[in-house]
Write a protein that binds this ligand. Structure first.
Ligand SMILES: Cc1cn([C@H]2C[C@H](O)[C@@H](COP(=O)(O)OP(=O)(O)O[C@H]3O[C@H](C)C(=O)[C@H](O)[C@H]3O)O2)c(=O)[nH]c1=O
Length: 188
């Protein structure tokens, strides 16, 4: 796999550099040694599989709060998604900035999402399957998120969102969440 730094510090596009032959293709999605050498998380507490049926399905924006803030390695297995990362790290130069990238299951595209980043995606095709590796276990009490339609973030979703969960519809806007985070940014 090939790690390409993204505009948010510590985030990477993880490209599947497969060996191809007459049978098809084979390649690594993750390597503890390579990830540790690159200073990335190299141990996972949990993996998840996410399946979305309809084109336009929107999930997010999610993150876990401390002490269960999690790093994620997401790999697109089938279909295509518009993937979005929002920097929630109070001391980051890109605090409050969002970036997007398209992940294609046919290419085995992945993204490495460091702790402190809110993550969400919208499917660009039907029948999308994603594989998640999480650095920390799931803790419902530490589940947090941002509203995908936050006017301050103005995330440029490519399609009209469909199949948004009630939980995601009720998530707060960035300005409400960051009041506390801004206090963290203030010089000590
Ligand atoms: C993450 C997780 C969820 N669940 C349960 C909780 C809900 O009853 C159900 C669906 O969870 P949720 O609605 O959070 O699933 P998504 O909306 O797809 O969230 C996921 O997609 C967004 C974009 C992410 O980045 C999150 O890391 C990931 O949680 O599975 C578990 O039982 N274990 C788990 O580890």
């Amino acid at each position: 796999m090939i790690l390409d730094q993204l505009p948010l510090a510590g985030a990477y596009n993880v490209r599947w550099s497969a060996s191809r032959d007459q049978r098809g293709a084979f390649g690594r999605l993750f390597c503890a040694e390579s990830f540790a050498k690159a200073g990335l998380v190299s141990q996972w507490a949990q993996t998840n599989l996410s399946r979305s049926s309809a084109r336009g399905t929107l999930r997010g924006m999610h993150y876990q709060t401390a002490p269960f803030a999690e790093t994620k390695l997401l790999v697109c297995l089938t279909g295509r998604i518009f993937d979005v990362l929002v920097d929630m790290r109070p001391r980051s130069a890109s605090f409050g900035r969002w970036i997007s990238l398209t992940l294609d299951g046919a290419l085995g595209d992945g993204v490495y999402i460091p702790a402190g980043i809110a993550h969400g995606f919208q499917t660009l095709s039907e029948d999308v399957m994603l594989h998640y590796s999480h650095s920390h276990p799931y803790r419902p009490a530490h589940q947090a998120g941002l509203h995908y339609g936050d006017p301050d973030l103005a995330i440029d979703w490519p399609l009209t969102p469909v199949a948004v969960s009630e939980r995601d519809r009720a998530l707060p806007c960035f300005s409400r969440v960051t009041d506390d985070l801004q206090k963290e940014r203030a010089p000590q």
